[in-house]
Structure formats: C-alpha cells, structure tokens
Ligand binder design. Sequence first.
Ligand code: MRU
Length: 356
Amino acid sequence: METMRWENDTLVLLDQTRLPARVEYIHCKDHHQVAEAIRNLRVRGAPAIGVAAAYGLVLGLGGKEFASRGELLARAKEIARELQLTRPTAVNLSWALERMLRRLENTPGDPAFLSRALLEEAHAIYREDIETNRAIGTYGRELIPPGARVLTHCNAGALATAGYGTALGVIRAAVAAGKEVSVFADETRPLLQGARLTAWEMLQEKIPVTLITDNMAASLMARGGVDLVMVGADRIAANGDVANKIGTYGLAVLAKEHGLPFYVAAPLSTVDFSLAEGKDIPIEERDPAEVTHLAGQPVAAPGVRVWNPAFDVTPAGLVTAIITERGVARPPYRESLARLKSVVGRQPPDVGNHPA
Ligand code: MRU
C-alpha cells in the first residue's frame, strides 16, 4: 500500500475517502488539486499532508517561465499560502512548506535550477518521514509489553504518513520484533478513520484488530480489555499538550481513570515550540454535514445545530510519554522535548526525567 508517490511530474495520491471499498489513486498535476485533496481528506494525517503539500509546491511552480529568482520566490510564497490554508491544526503542513521555502531562499541559481532543488527537497521530506517513523517504531516498541492489547484512535498509520506510520508504526515495530500485539481500533466519528483506515491497514498487515465504536472504550477498559493507549498527534505544544483527532482527550481521561499508560507517537516536526500551551493550537471546525450525514445518508433531525471540531487537546498531565524519532520524552515535557530537539542524531531510548 502506497499513500503517495511522485511519477511523471505528477503527485499520485491514494484517495482515502474511497477506502476501504475501493483502492483508487488520483493524479494531481497542479497545486489546486493537491489543496483540494488535503481539504477533503483524500490525503490526511499530519505527516502525510506535509509531504503532499511539499510536492504541491513543486507542482505549482512546474512548467512555468520565471523572469527572475525574485519572481519565482514571490509565486512560491503565494502557492505555499494557498496550500497552508487548507487545514489549520496539523503543524506538519506549515513545517514542510516553510522548509521548502527556506530551501528556495538558500539555494543560489536560476529559476530552472531552483525548481529542481525544490523537487529534491520534497523527495527528502518524503524519505525522511519514513525513516523518522521507523525510528519512532524502534523507540516505541520497547514500551509495548508482549501480548499487549493496544487501543488506538483515528488513523496514525502508513496512510497518515509517507509510510510505516507513527502510532501504528510502533505497533508494526513491536510485531516485527516478535511481540504478539492486538489492536482495538476506535471507529472515530464523524469520518470513521478508525473503521475505514486503521482497521483496513491492520487487516492488510495481518495484525489482529477489533473495531469498536468510540463510546465502547470506557466499558472495554473497565473490563480489563486494554493494556495501553497509543495515538498520533497533529500538533504538540512546547509543554506537551497534544492536539489529535477529536475524541483523543476523552480516551486520555479514561486511561487515567483505569490506570493505563497513554502514549503519543509523533515526529519532532509535530512539536510546535512556538506555542507555549495547547490552548493556543488552532482547532479546525468542519462542515456540519459530516455529523448530520453518514456515507451521504442523513442521520440527524433536519435543521439541527451542529458543532464539529476535528481535533481536541489532551493536557500534558494525562500523557505518559511522547515517542519521537530521537527518543522517548517524559514529563516535564517542556524540558524533555526541548532536549530532544537540540540533540543531533540518535539518543538512548529514554531521555526523560522519570524512568518507565
Ligand atoms: O483529520 P485527519 O484524518 O487528518 O486526522 C488525523 C489524526 O488526527 C492523526 O491521528 C494525526 O494526524 C497523526 S497521523 C500520524
């Protein structure tokens, strides 16, 4: 399964709105198509939309004649802005676009040379995302006891990244290390990323998976059916508050009540060090029709008012550890995340202040 690939000057995206019924790819030839795909969740998940946007910027500049470097740079900023506005919460989107613009600004040469450098940078972001996820898996698998029953929410898998996944990458790595792991996938209303995507992805890999609706998690925990919760993130504030798919916060509260570890797996590019706390993270609100309709069928009283935030914020105090590509951060996160950001290369599996 390939979330996306670059082929013949085209970004080929797996259309995740069609899964699991159909495996269909869309061919994006300009940045407007990429923006549409991100906005409508054909490609989704924080790292994946960052990578797709990077290629979107390449497409936006492709095949155009620019009289000067300055003209190309100005146009690149306009295109980046259009792509950036598609979804506000996942910081990976602006992280990737800013990295692309920096590459442009720091590369001397004529417009044709700059366009090639930009494509190289998008490929680098793609490759590094997969390497990052594998490193997250290597650190994270140590936290998974043999036989663990892991509850996850939304989809933080290969589909949400360039490949391998973050939260599901940890599960993949634990399975690859010979551990028996089973997964409970929250359905994840309203858009069913758990039912449609996580369940599909785990079945493809032959990792045992059981689907539950979101309101079953409490009962499952009360019966002793879960050993730990593992989720991804869309943006993490400097203090360790975590924005992720709506419903994540509820799971963290439940995990605390039942004495279960609550882990977040995310690359350091998901940590927004410019935001002191989670209350400053912009939360996307989406179309009410996502709540009033299921698979295009109306399921709510016509005319009812709807609130449809796509994400929530889990306070750092409920997060047992944050698994990154440079090691496992533990509370207090302001210090442990900053330390991970500042180190170059790999760290020992646990750099936090409190051992497991
Ligand atoms: O609205 P989505 O499907 O893009 O939301 C995705 C999530 O909330 C994921 O958990 C998050 O982006 C982490 S993906 C590795």
